[in-house]
Design a protein around this ligand. Structure first.
Ligand code: 4NP
Length: 154
């Protein structure tokens, strides 16, 4: 079997997708799964930037230090380098599909499609809201991360 390579994508790569990356990396490690994990943004706004301080604090609440991550933009090679690309929301999903080169092999879907009963739901952008939005983002991305581990194990 090809080694799973998972890419989480949001708009800026500073709020949601770094949390998804962190939650999944931890869940996969705990399960003893050998996987590649990364995150990216569809936009170029935050290339080279660390995650939003509120995401850093939220990950730390769960014992994970993401302060060393750096924002990057989704690139053409991601579509062959990764086996799965997960979008946080419908706009990300559209932009990812639009950016896909003709030789793309990655499976592209909405992150919360992983959770039975939550198909089609979005991980809302917490950027403009309060800190409680980040705790909710964590709950959503970690539930999806657990579901993905279960799927990859099965
Ligand atoms: P993210 O959140 O897509 O979850 O990283 C955002 C980060 C930055 C901006 C928008 C959303 N922004 O407009 O700069």
């Amino acid at each position: 079997m090809t080694k799973p390579a998972i890419l989480f994508v949001c708009l800026g790569n500073i709020c949601r997708s770094p949390l998804a990356e962190a939650a999944f990396r931890k869940a996969a490690e705990d399960a003893g799964l050998d996987v590649d994990v990364d995150s990216a943004g569809t936009a170029a706004y935050h290339i080279g930037s660390p995650p939003d301080p509120r995401s850093v604090a939220t990950a730390l609440d769960h014992g994970i230090d993401i302060s060393g991550l750096k924002g990057r933009q989704l690139a053409a090679e991601d579509f062959t380098r990764f086996t799965h690309i997960f979008a946080m929301d419908a706009e990300n999903l559209r932009n990812i599909r639009r950016a896909a080169p003709s030789d793309a092999t990655a499976e592209i879907s909405l992150l919360l499609d992983l959770i039975p009963g939550q198909e089609g739901r979005e991980v809302d952008d917490p950027y403009y809201g309060g800190d409680d939005g980040f705790a909710r983002t964590w709950d959503e991305v970690s539930a999806a991360a657990e579901a993905l581990v279960e799927r990859l194990r099965g």
